[in-house]
Design a protein around this ligand. Structure first.
Ligand SMILES: NC(=O)c1ccc[n+]([C@@H]2O[C@H](COP(=O)([O-])OP(=O)(O)OC[C@H]3O[C@@H](n4cnc5c(N)ncnc54)[C@H](OP(=O)(O)O)[C@@H]3O)[C@@H](O)[C@H]2O)c1
Length: 250
């Protein structure tokens, strides 16, 4: 199988690293520009002369250009019916792409594809796309594009979670904690918190109730976060991102 990347920037580099780590046997082709030269040298990959050559040679094409460049990047290329194009471009609805012969799928990977740990939503469910995505972490098929857009907000939440880790590290270091220890401790705490929810069937409300002992430290902190506007601030941020992703729906 041959996988071609149109747009070789930050996210494509993470995806390519993840694919190479996952016992890859396929050929990976890169479009020119961006990080192509760097990745070609690092992993011994081919850079195509242009997107036409890439389209002619690839079975699956990953479109990873900036959203504004996405629709035009697919125009005028020699698409075939049996090809699959996976667009990872945030907020670019299927209807905004030109009509092409290839099957078009949207996906929203995180940079954790680099360590094969990205929960990646995708729509519509197309087998070959699902198999490729599953090599980069949990692949989650969604039922429609509206659901996909809401789930895309999660790509921003990923960054906010990293910022909470950063803030907690800075706070700990200011109190005299060792930076390397704080980095591992806080990051692994977020991993543990996420896994407990992902791997348990109990309700999240009940899990939090069990954690927040009356008069205890979790309860104390949650009350202060609420006083300072945390739940509203978080949902406002989510709403702003969704509005940016779906400008015509608002
Ligand atoms: N970064 C993330 O964590 C992340 C997560 C989820 C989804 N995404 C989505 O992934 C996409 C890429 O994001 P990114 O952060 O990787 O952007 P990026 O680093 O700016 O990379 C985009 C690359 O595409 C190239 N490009 C533009 N038009 C092209 C064309 N027609 N043919 C070939 N290459 C072309 C650009 O080249 P030039 O610089 O020469 O223009 C640039 O190297 C975006 O749509 C974003 O919404 C990103």
């Amino acid at each position: 199988m041959t996988i071609g990347f149109i747009g070789v920037g930050h996210l494509a580099a993470s995806m390519i690293t993840g694919l190479i780590r996952s016992d890859h046997e396929e050929t990976i082709l890169l479009s020119p520009r961006g990080k192509s030269k760097e990745l070609a040298a690092l992993y011994g990959l081919d850079i195509c002369t242009d997107n036409r050559e890439l389209t002619e040679r690839a079975d699956i094409v990953v479109l990873a250009v900036r959203p504004v460049d996405a629709p035009s990047a697919l125009e005028g290329l020699p698409w075939r019916k049996e090809q699959v194009v996976i667009s990872v471009c945030a907020g670019v609805a299927l209807s905004r792409f030109p009509a092409i012969e290839a099957r078009l799928v949207r996906a929203m990977p995180l940079t954790a594809t680099e360590i094969n740990a990205s929960p990646t939503v995708f729509y519509p469910e197309v087998d070959r796309a699902a198999r490729l995505i599953a090599r980069l972490g949990p692949a989650i098929a969604l039922r429609n594009e509206d659901e996909f857009e809401v789930a895309t907000v999660n790509a921003a939440i990923y960054g906010w979670a990293q910022d909470l880790i950063r803030q907690s590290m800075i706070w700990g270091c200011k109190q005299g904690a060792d930076e390397k220890i704080m980095r591992q401790l806080v990051a692994q705490t977020f991993v543990a918190a996420g896994r407990m929810i992902a791997e348990n069937n109990s309700s999240v409300e009940q899990m939090l109730k069990d954690l927040a002992t009356p008069g205890g430290i979790t309860e104390l902190g949650l009350a202060i976060l609420e006083q300072k506007g945390q739940p509203e601030a978080w949902s406002s941020a989510c709403e702003a991102v969704l509005a940016r992703l779906t400008p015509t729906a608002t």
